[in-house]
Design a protein around this ligand. Structure first.
Ligand SMILES: C[S@@+](CC[C@H](N)C(=O)[O-])C[C@H]1O[C@@H](n2cnc3c(N)ncnc32)[C@H](O)[C@@H]1O
Length: 548
């Protein structure tokens, strides 16, 4: 006797929401007519989330709109489906290339019956499907629609309703099956040759929705049909987690606040050059001394400074001219960007910018990173390093690109996430420890915060590693007194033509000669200790061979 299903009239007023957190996993998929359906395992008991207590049910794609990342995970775990999808699409790269400006509407939503008059949650439009010949074939091979329980909507949650609690009439409508035997080999076999173009499009559209508020960033995939993880939130600032506090505003220091010195920073100084004009800006207190300017200004002080420096002594350099971090903008009216001075580009000293408490005004040239990204970026699929990033315009050496954003967490929390997340987790965690290594270790390493960009961040979270990178990451502080919370900013380390993948060295190691780099890589490749390490695919001549 064929299984019977609950059938009822769709009731728009009682449509339910599938909560992503109630899904354990997507197990299989099938096609019913035009509809792509997914076998979902729902969590019913937090203590025993696995079979036999959990329930399974088939759902049409539109019902899972809020849980698409589970379908994405299912696709990632089953690359054979990806192959089926590729084979099923003939228009190749053209169809694969997508940008946020080419957002398309998702079709097919109209056919889903979300909830029913009697409170039972049924698969989409089961009554209609049973009339379609092609659907009947599919149903025949897959068996009953609701397994091991009934799904019912209650206060927006999907819950399992015990068969005992159903009326006799409803019980007869329901087929049950042992959930531990699903999906059957036949289901999996059929799924392998069933492409999922609608699900892939829905996943892509969802990501483009996430990307929409991020100005000037596009998505491009000329390699396959995958989409970056939907389990990601784009943010435009750090998200401070428990135990992470910014300095209170009272402890912020700006330049020229006291206005005591005749050359204190103030707006419109030196043809509106601001702090760059004097180089005596108090925000630059801990910036490196401009030795040539000091020699010109005060040869005796210069001599004292040089001696102290040679002896490794720390002296108060306030009042000495400092190295200004950025070039002045071109005065020829061109839109050429301010660039990071070559001293900073090479030495990686922390960069101190002016802030809201400064007396120099908004036009001060010591404000670059705080004004945010100006260049357009594309997140694109690489051939062997997952997603990467390129800039759509030429970049000049020293040009600011963007900051690294994410959740800011304590050292303890970072250790916890690292031990849970495995080696890959490392690539998303960046320690804010610059000031534990400069200025006599102002912060103990265990007091430093960490930025985790894995699930929250900006487009730079997709920048890949290279052992010979074209970008570098710098510490940029907007408050010289705050050693724990500052920006991680990417600058172009060389001229980078538009469309070239942006890369930086995750380990920030000093360069070595080519011969030495090759010697070390070959030794690393032969070392059996490295057999489980993650290979680096940067293809640089000086590649070190492994990421971690
Ligand atoms: C911060 S993420 C960069 C974005 C990443 N490619 C993605 O698709 O989400 C770091 C991860 O990218 C991959 N990756 C980055 N650089 C790589 C390289 N040079 N070789 C191989 N894999 C790399 C590794 O999987 C690494 O864990």
């Amino acid at each position: 006797m064929p299984p019977r299903y609950p059938t009822s009239t769709p009731n728009k007023r009682t449509s339910h929401t599938c909560r992503p957190q109630d899904i354990v996993e997507v197990l299989c998929h099938r096609k019913c007519g035009e509809s792509e359906e997914f076998l979902v395992r729902w969590r019913t008991n937090p203590v025993f989330p696995r079979p036999p207590r959990s329930i399974l049910s088939w759902h049409a794609l539109p019902e899972l709109d809020d849980c698409l990342h589970h379908i994405q995970l299912y696709l990632e775990d089953n690359p054979a489906i990806q192959t089926a999808n590729d084979a099923a699409t003939s228009d190749g790269a053209t169809n694969n290339s997508f940008t946020s400006s080419r957002k398309r509407k998702l079709s097919g939503d109209a056919n889903s019956s979300r909830d029913t008059a009697n409170g039972l949650l049924t698969p989409a439009n089961s009554a209609d499907r049973s009339r379609s010949p092609s659907t009947e074939r599919t149903q025949g091979s897959f068996g009953p629609r609701v397994y091991n329980g009934i799904l019912q909507k209650k206060e927006g949650r999907i819950i399992a309703k015990s068969l005992r609690k159903l009326s006799e009439a409803a019980k007869e409508d329901v087929a049950t099956i042992n959930s531990t035997t699903l999906p059957t080999p036949a289901m999996l076999h059929e799924a392998r040759s069933t492409p999922l173009p609608q699900a892939e499009l829905a996943i892509r559209m969802k990501f483009l929705e996430l990307l929409k508020p991020v100005k000037n960033v596009q998505l491009q995939n000329l390699v396959d049909k995958t989409t970056p993880s939907l389990n990601f939130t784009f943010v435009d600032d750090y998200v401070l987690r428990e135990g992470v506090v910014a300095l209170p505003s009272g402890e912020y220091a700006g330049c020229g606040e006291n206005k005591v010195r005749s050359n204190s920073c103030r707006p419109n100084m030196g043809q509106n050059m601001g702090c760059e004009y004097t180089q005596l800006c108090e925000c630059l207190e801990y910036a490196p001394v401009d030795e040539r300017a000091l020699l010109r200004k005060d040869p005796e002080l210069h001599e004292q400074y040089m001696q102290a420096d040679a002896a490794g002594e720390t002296i108060d350099t306030m009042g000495m001219p400092k190295r200004f971090p950025y070039s002045a903008p071109k005065r020829d009216g061109s839109s050429a960007p301010q660039t990071l001075a070559s001293y900073y580009l090479e030495k990686r000293d922390p960069i101190f910018e002016c802030n809201d408490y400064c007396n120099c005004g908004k036009g001060c040239k010591s404000r670059v990173v705080q004004k945010g990204r100006k260049v357009p970026l594309t997140i694109f699929k690489t051939e062997n390093r997952g997603w990467g990033v390129y800039c759509n315009e030429d970049l000049v050496a020293g040009e600011f690109i963007d900051t690294y954003l994410g959740e800011v967490i304590t050292d303890e929390e970072a250790n916890r996430r690292e031990s849970e997340g495995g080696t890959m987790k490392n690539s998303y965690l960046f320690s804010l420890d610059k000031f534990s290594t400069v200025h006599d270790g102002n912060v103990e390493p265990e007091d430093c915060f960490t930025v985790d960009g894995q699930y929250m961040g900006g487009p730079t979270r997709f920048i890949n590693h290279s052992c010979e990178p074209n970008c570098r990451q710098y510490a940029v502080s907007l408050n010289k007194h705050d050693y724990r919370l500052y920006n991680l900013a990417f600058f172009a380390y060389e001229n980078i033509p538009a469309g070239t993948e942006l890369t930086f060295d995750y380990f920030d190691l000093d360069e070595v000669e080519e011969d030495e780099a090759i010697r070390r890589r070959e030794a690393a490749e032969q070392d059996p200790k490295n057999k489980d390490k993650v290979r680096c695919n940067c293809r640089a001549t000086k590649c070190r061979g492994f990421l971690w």
